[in-house]
Write a protein that binds this ligand. Structure first.
Ligand code: 8YV
Length: 349
C-alpha cells in the first residue's frame, strides 16, 4: 500500500509567519488536562485530539513524551514547559496553544528559537478574575473568613458592639500594580465601592482610561506603596516582576494596609509577607495564588488575617468554555495557515 493511502504523506504549506505546518488530514493535538466537555467534543471533531480524561497533571517525562509526538500542545498553568522539555520536542511541534492567559510556565525564548508559536487566551477571564480580586478585598477588610469560621465552629456567642470589626472600604485608597485589562476591570468595581484608584505600571495608560477611572499614576512603585490602604497585584509574572514586592518593598506599606494577589504568587516574596502578617506589620492578605503552588506556606494557614483561595480567579464555567474556544480558534487558524489571533511574543511581556 502506498504511503499516501496510509495517510503518511503530509502536504506541507507555509502560513503567514513562514512556518511550515504539516497539512495532513487532522492536526495531532495533545491536551494535558481535562477541559470542559463541550470543548473536548469540538476538539475531537476538528483535530486528532489526545485528551487526559482523568486529569492527572503530567510529569516532566510525560510532557517530553507529548512534545515528541504532538503537532500542537495544549498545556495549562500546571505544566512546566521549560527548555528541557522543549529540547526534546520533535520537529512536528509547531504550536503551543496554552489554556490560560499567564505564560510564565512556558520558556518563550526557547520556543521562539525552535520556531514554535505560543498562544494564550487573554480577555475572556478578565471579569471573572476581577470579581475574585474584589471579593478578596471585601473578604479581608471585613473579616469574612474569620466570621465564617466562627459560625461554622459553633463558637459564635451572638452580636456584640465591638466584635468582628473590620474596616470600611468607602473613601480608602487602592493601589493597583498593573492596571492592564484585569486591573482596570477591578478598578471599575472598586470605584463602585468608593475606593480611589492609584496605579503603578511600567508605562502610563491611555489618558482617556485614566480619566474614566480617575486614576492616579505613580511612576515610583515605592512612593505608591507608602501611601495606600490596600494593594492589588495584577501584573503578569515575568523575570522583571519576580519578587517585585520584595521584603524591602513590603516594609514600605503602612501597618493597616491589606494586599490581594490574583496574578502569580512569585510576584510577592511569600516568606517576607508571611513574616509581616505574623508580626502584625500588615493588616491582612487575600491570596488566590502562591509562590510554590499547590504548596501553601504552612505558617499562612494558621493566620486569621488572611483569606486563601485555590487559584480560582478564572474558575467559572463560562470563562473556562471561552478559554477553550480561544484555544480552538488559535489552533484552527494556525493549522489553516494563518497567524493565530493570540500569539504571545516575549516583547509583549
Ligand atoms: C487559569 C490563570 O485558570 O489564565 C491564567 O493566567 O492564572 C488562570 O486563571 C490558568 O492559567 C489555566 O491554565
Amino acid at each position: 500500500m502506498d504511503k499516501a493511502r496510509l495517510g503518511l504523506v503530509w502536504h506541507e504549506h507555509t502560513n503567514t509567519e513562514g512556518y511550515r505546518m504539516p497539512d495532513k488530514k487532522k492536526t495531532l493535538v495533545v491536551v494535558t488536562r481535562k477541559l470542559p466537555d463541550v470543548i473536548e467534543t469540538r476538539m475531537m471533531e476538528l483535530f486528532d485530539t489526545r485528551l487526559n480524561p482523568d486529569d492527572t497533571p503530567m510529569s516532566q517525562l510525560e510532557l517530553i513524551e507529548a512534545v515528541r509526538v504532538a503537532e500542537v500542545l495544549v498545556p495549562t498553568v500546571t505544566d512546566r514547559i521549560d527548555a528541557r522539555v522543549l529540547s526534546q520536542a520533535g520537529p512536528q511541534l509547531r504550536l503551543i496553544a496554552s489554556f490560560g492567559t499567564g505564560v510564565d510556565h512556558i520558556d518563550l525564548k526557547t520556543a521562539r528559537q525552535r520556531g514554535i508559536t505560543v498562544t494564550n487566551t487573554p480577555g475572556v477571564l478578565t471579569d471573572d478574575t476581577a470579581d475574585i480580586a474584589m471579593t478578596l478585598i471585601l473578604a479581608v477588610a471585613r473579616r469574612l473568613g474569620e466570621g465564617e469560621r466562627l459560625v461554622r465552629a459553633g463558637q459564635w456567642k451572638g452580636w456584640g458592639p465591638t466584635t468582628m470589626l473590620g474596616h470600611r472600604l468607602w473613601g480608602k485608597r487602592l493601589g493597583v500594580i498593573g492596571l492592564g485589562r484585569i486591573g482596570q476591570a477591578l478598578a471599575r468595581r472598586a470605584r463602585g465601592f468608593g475606593l480611589s484608584i492609584h496605579y503603578h505600571n511600567r508605562r502610563r495608560i491611555h489618558l482617556d482610561i485614566e480619566g474614566e477611572l480617575e486614576a492616579t499614576y505613580w511612576e515610583s512603585l515605592d512612593q505608591m506603596l507608602m501611601r495606600m490602604d490596600m494593594i492589588s497585584v495584577n501584573c503578569p509574572h515575568t523575570p522583571a516582576t519576580f519578587h517585585l514586592l520584595s521584603a524591602r518593598r513590603l516594609q514600605l506599606l503602612r501597618p493597616h494596609c491589606i494586599i490581594v494577589n490574583t496574578s502569580r504568587g512569585e510576584i510577592i516574596d511569600e516568606n517576607a509577607l508571611t513574616r509581616m502578617l505574623e508580626r502584625g506589620e500588615l493588616a491582612g492578605a487575600g491570596l488566590d495564588v502562591f509562590e510554590h503552588e499547590p504548596a501553601v506556606n504552612p505558617r499562612l494557614l494558621g493566620l486569621d488575617n488572611v483569606v486563601l483561595l485555590p487559584h480560582m480567579g478564572s474558575a467559572t464555567i463560562e470563562g473556562r468554555i471561552d478559554m477553550g474556544e480561544k484555544v480552538i480558534i488559535n489552533i484552527k487558524t494556525f493549522s489553516d495557515g494563518h497567524a493565530p489571533p493570540d500569539r504571545v511574543l516575549e516583547a509583549m511581556l
